[in-house]
Design a protein around this ligand. Structure first.
Ligand code: UD1
Ligand code: CA
Length: 474
């Protein structure tokens, strides 16, 4: 509905939206998925950063405000752990076919919505547009007594799919499973992807009329012939992008779907103002956000809950996981995990940041450095070969080449604190717990085991304080 229109209507404060027109959605996920050859249930395998089942659930969420119902089998526990209360669950104890699977949802959904959508949990590429086309066609179909509407697609390699049998006049008559096809029917190239829209009352009533197949299964697809026998027209919308109808049965399919999703995600970001030099080697998970005018060089992997700001340059060959990056940052040949970069931070080449590393605005972190569970204040510099772990580094501090925070004493992790404007000389070992005061300095190669007061200079092994007069002179 048009938003303006909604605002124009004077609604009482307590008005609740009329959901009676919204469909109930049943997602079939009780399959055994043996062809994945995996300990993990098929629908929990990751695809572009989300488990497979997420795609069906998200599609359901964008189609209807009603809680979707997931039919689960032996994978119930793992599946519920993933989706939680974003769905209702019904168990299919025995795997007696897709018709039997939908039947399990009947006690939960009987008398709910007027319309029921059913789809399979292993189809991650279906778009909202295709499902909306299905719903729209179903509305038209209902007007002429139709109770069942479906999507179909054309393919020259129909292997494994149910065939759509039409009359000479083009009316849908039945879906025939491949195993039951005549030689003639095997030639049919219009196929059943498994996305259906039903009149709810009719569905719940007619499931009882499905008879068991020679294979011992109750085929949901038999409902097509049952509707036709009752004189109810079945309409089918042929989708124009057959790739959407891909079902995942093997790891080969998983990789194929990943390539399709990756191309879609990359296109989406390019259209939103992100430059991607080489989309073929750029891997952005569905969960990531990127600001405008950011440039992604080849070999970039952006994963998990990562957010990249505007005007950044990322890559080449950089992996960023669960990390937030501000505006105008430059990151090259680096691995960042669970890290926060503020604005204008410069990282790499060859840097590793992890475990709540936090680099404030204007930090320069050059080559071969690692920062772990530490804060580097505004404008701090660590250019070469340093390890900073469990440390708080003040603003404009200079961490010279080869500095190491010795944060682990074999038992505990200890913190290092360095005050603003301090200068840590090359190859200094900061043996934590230790504090270097603001403006203090350490000499090259010193091993600092005691705190250095503000403004003082410490040198040697172990480091000793130099008289204040000397400190001033330098
Ligand atoms: C089904 C269709 C076929 C269609 C194809 C598309 C039927 C009878 N056939 O065949 O026309 O071309 O999908 O991929 O529906 N499931 C359960 N419980 C069961 C059986 C299946 O939950 O007892 C679930 C599976 O987890 C899966 C979906 O239903 O998500 C489809 O089952 P599957 O065995 O893959 O059906 P196909 O033989 O491929
Ligand atoms: Ca299948």
């Amino acid at each position: 509905m048009n938003d303006d229109l909604m605002l124009a209507v004077d609604l009482p404060a307590t008005a609740i939206p009329d959901h009676t027109l919204a469909p109930d959605i049943v997602i079939l996920a009780a399959g055994e998925s043996t062809r994945m050859r995996s300990k993990t249930p098929k629908v929990l395998h990751p695809l572009a950063g989300r488990p497979l089942i997420e795609y069906s659930v998200r599609l359901a969420e964008s189609l209807s405000p009603r809680l979707p119902t997931v039919v689960v089998g032996r994978n119930a526990e793992a599946l519920q752990a993933q989706i939680g209360d974003r769905a209702g669950y019904v168990h299919q104890q025995q795997r007696l076919g897709t018709g039997h699977a939908v039947l399990q949802a009947r006690p939960l959904l009987l008398g709910h919505s007027h319309t029921v959508l059913v789809f399979y949990a292993d189809m991650p590429l279906v778009t909202l547009a295709s499902m909306q086309a299905l719903l729209a066609l179903h509305q038209r179909n209902q007007a002429s007594g139709g109770v069942l509407t479906l999507l179909t697609f054309e393919s020259d390699t129909p292997r494994g799919f149910g065939r759509i049998v039409r009359s000479a006049a083009g009316q849908v008559l039945a879906i025939v499973e491949e195993a039951d096809c005549t030689a003639e029917q095997l030639e049919i190239t219009e196929l059943n992807p498994g996305l259906y829209c039903y009149d709810a009352d009719w569905l719940w009533r007619s499931l009882d009329e499905i008879t068991v197949s020679p294979k011992g299964e109750y085929y949901l697809t038999d409902l097509v012939a049952i509707a036709v026998q009752q004189g109810c027209p079945v309409l089918a919308h042929r989708v124009s992008h057959p790739v959407e109808m891909m079902g995942i049965n093997t790891r080969v399919h998983l990789a194929e779907a990943e390539a399709v999703l990756r191309a879609r995600i990359n296109r989406r970001w390019m259209e939103a103002g992100v430059t991607i030099v080489d989309p073929a080697t750029t891997y952005i998970e569905d969960t990531v956000e990127i600001g405008r005018d950011t440039l992604l060089l080849p070999g970039v992997h952006l994963r998990g809950q990562s957010k990249i700001g505007e005007d950044c340059c990322i890559g080449p060959d950089t992996t960023i996981i669960d990390t937030t990056i501000g505006a105008a940052c430059r990151v090259q040949y680096a691995v960042l995990e669970d890290t926060l970069l503020e604005d204008q931070v410069d990282v790499g080449p060859f840097a590793h940041l992890r475990a709540r590393a936090h680099l404030a605005t204007g930090v320069h972190m050059g080559n071969f450095g690692e920062v772990k569970n530490s804060y580097l204040g505004p404008g701090a510099k660590m250019g070469h070969f340093s390890y900073v772990g469990d440390a708080d580094i003040g603003q404009e501090v200079n961490v010279s080449a080869g500095v190491i925070t010795c944060n682990y004493d074999g038992v505990r992790k200890n913190r290092t604190t360095v005050g603003d404007y301090a200068f840590i000389g090359s190859d200094t070992m900061l043996v934590a717990p230790v504090t270097i005061g603001a403006g203090a300095r350490t000499g090259a190669g010193s091993v600092v085991t005691h705190d250095v007061p503000p403004g003082r200079l410490a040198v040697g092994v172990p480091a000793r304080l130099r008289p204040p007069s000397e400190t001033q002179g330098e």
